[in-house]
Design a protein around this ligand. Sequence first.
Ligand SMILES: CC(=O)[C@@H](O)[C@H](O)COP(=O)(O)O
Ligand SMILES: NCC(=O)COP(=O)(O)O
Ligand SMILES: [Zn+2]
Length: 400
Amino acid sequence: MPVQVLDERAQKTPEVDTGSLRRICLRLLTAAGLAHNAVSVVLLDDDRMAEYNQRYRNKAGPTNVLSFPALFPPATPAELRADLGDVLIAVATAAREAHEKQAPLMQRLQELLLHGILHLAGYDHERSETEALVMWDRERELLTQAEARRTAMPQLSVNVDHIATLRQARGGLEPDPVLAAGICELAGASGIVVHLREDRRHIQERDVRVLRQTVKTHLNLEMAATRELVAFAADLKPDMVTLVPEKRQELTTEGGLDVAGQKKKLSGRIAALKEAGIRVSLFVDPEPEQLQAATAVGATHVELHTGHYSNADSESGQEREYVHIRRAVAMAAELGLRAKAGHGLDYRNTGRIAGIAGIEDLSIGHAIMARAVLVGLERAVREMLELMRQAAAPTVLQKD
Ligand SMILES: CC(=O)[C@@H](O)[C@H](O)COP(=O)(O)O
Ligand SMILES: NCC(=O)COP(=O)(O)O
Ligand SMILES: [Zn+2]
């Protein structure tokens, strides 16, 4: 675990929850790009803090936060070791400050924690005014980011595979997934997803190449972890690659990637993609073993497979799957993994998943395309009738 929070106060108070503080610390480390670094947070009484303040800074009385970097002299951000060091916080001092600002104590603790983490990362406001401004700016930026990540609704990435499925049914040029992707972006989608299957049943290499030129938001390429596809992606450079399991006979993806069972192979493929500057997500079932393995092989993101939730045939079954997903999101945060979710989400079952705090993005394809066909059908028929009306030959009145 990269973060531990120790409450060493003589009297523990219920408004300070070490579990929440640990999650806050993980969010801050993730926002600061330090998700894989370890930090120890120690909560102290004022008299113990005063002792540290006297011993190490020669100052009388308690202070609010003190940082002890694992490296001495303090490391520059570039040369940080896995263990960043310790952050000591005097809770009673923090509580007084919170009271003065009329802010909740946990909010003040979050600010102090971030301040301490930035010191561990090499920032120092005491060296010069310029450095103080840099540190202050970084604090504001990261607090805003961490808060946004905690409370924001997930972004929507639209999978346009099935526009290509329709095109392939006739083997022609229409409908074009590239045009569809543009429409999805115009409608507010934050990203476009395509799955370049090994059997090329829908999306073709041409589609991905053109999409790389035209997508203005974020292009997520789903693919199997084969050498050939890794080379294709490394050359094309989508914004993200999501590694997914694939079976030739399946109608659609049937489950998550078995990361735990193929760590060696995946580590190499992920390293090659990261080397090419591509972010890597793994499409996994919401299971602890797979999440742990995802961190071990170097992924920064996971997409939690919502297929079992979406396809559950009873309310209790769906509830069970929902709980798995919620727990997996919490665990991903603890491991410093950024969580996405997708598969089989539709207009009935997406709401609950979108309400889980911590999921950053939902990938939805089939349901949106299925609805597009139906809600667009009436207009398509009217447009054809109008075209025929315009083209119809004028009626010639017969004279006797
Ligand atoms: C990995 C995933 O959940 C989806 O991207 C799905 O695999 C899409 O593939 P199809 O569009 O072929 O169903
Ligand atoms: N990764 C999930 C995805 O891209 C879309 O899946 P679906 O909504 O088509 O089932
Ligand atoms: Zn400071």
